[in-house]
Write a protein that binds this ligand. Structure first.
Ligand code: GDP
Length: 279
């Protein structure tokens, strides 16, 4: 599923494709991962979108810490930025997308009406990094499976529109942009949420980051999941989890790679409940 390695050539091509699509739309839905609303943003999107109206969608809200999502909704909203929390998989919150877009574009539509121009459908597109749920959302909004799931930056082809209700048309293919590569921490968060390939980072490093993050921000959850009274240092903590989960080598020593995988799988699979990593 996550096949893209973002080389400069791919980035340039993705930027060109998004730029072309942007010319066709009135408004942009920027899809973000509610667990990492900052780390899942493309660093270049502001520059590409410029003054075009934008709605930030915090997707996978079902997997994020609800209190943190509430804080992010408040923090990110304001001025020209509009934010909604959604769950594309179940369809939760999607009804608000069209209504908010209509509301944002009302002044422009009003000006068109005043000039005697017959109102047309609002044209919109979805933009986001791989695996953030773009195809899932397009399929949901379309009501049938017409958008392919997958991340290959598309070969240029004729743009098709999907009708969303009576008032909106959505580009059937999303704009795919690369994630941030700025610092280690962002990389670990992207890895923990499944946004980048597992081969890019060392899995023990990712799991250590995850455990330390949980220790700091969700200690009760960490203790409960791994039956801990106190949280020990990282090596005994790995030993404990490895033993608990049967990650052992033939001689009975702890298999740290396997343990790391188990920890990451637990986090991604919501075995520690809903979590937010950008706090
Ligand atoms: P894309 O690469 O942005 O098109 O992402 P996909 O639509 O292929 O989704 C990536 C993965 O996230 C898939 O396994 C989806 O089932 C899952 N997913 C998408 N939206 C949600 C959501 O709102 N909640 C949850 N829990 N999973 C989601």
């Amino acid at each position: 599923m996550m096949a893209i390695q973002w080389f400069p050539g791919h980035m340039a091509k993705a930027r060109r494709e998004v730029t072309e699509k942007l010319k066709l739309v009135d408004i942009v839905f920027e899809l973000l991962d509610a667990r990492i609303p900052v780390s899942s943003a493309n660093p270049m999107l502001d520059e590409l979108i410029q003054q075009k109206p934008r709605i930030k969608l915090l997707n996978k809200a079902d997997m994020a810490d609800p209190a943190a999502t509430a804080r992010w909704l408040e923090k990110l909203s304001g001025g020209n930025t509009h934010v909604l929390a959604i769950d594309a998989q179940s369809g939760k919150g999607l009804d608000k997308m069209v209504k908010l877009a209509e509301q944002i574009l009302e002044p422009k539509w009003e000006r068109m009406r005043a000039k005697g121009i017959r109102p047309r459908a609002i044209r919109a597109m979805i933009v986001g990094i791989p695996n953030v749920g773009k195809s899932t959302l397009i399929n949901r909004l379309a009501g049938k499976n017409i958008a392919k799931t997958g991340n290959t930056p598309g070969v240029t082809k004729a743009q098709a529109w999907i009708k969303v209700g009576k008032t909106m048309e959505l580009l059937d293919t999303p704009g795919i942009l690369w994630p941030k590569f700025e610092d280690k921490e962002t990389g670990y968060k992207l890895a923990l949420t499944g946004a980048i390939k597992d081969t890019i980072l060392n899995l023990q490093d990712v799991s250590v980051f995850g455990l330390r993050f949980l220790e700091k921000h969700y200690p009760g959850t960490l203790k409960a999941r791994y039956k801990l009274e106190d949280i020990p240092d990282i090596v005994p903590l790995f030993d404990h989890i490895g033993r608990l989960r049967g990650c052992l080598r033939a001689g009975g020593e702890i298999d740290y790679d396997k343990t790391a995988e188990v920890i990451i799988r637990d986090i991604r699979g919501m075995k520690l409940g809903p979590l937010t990593f950008d706090l």
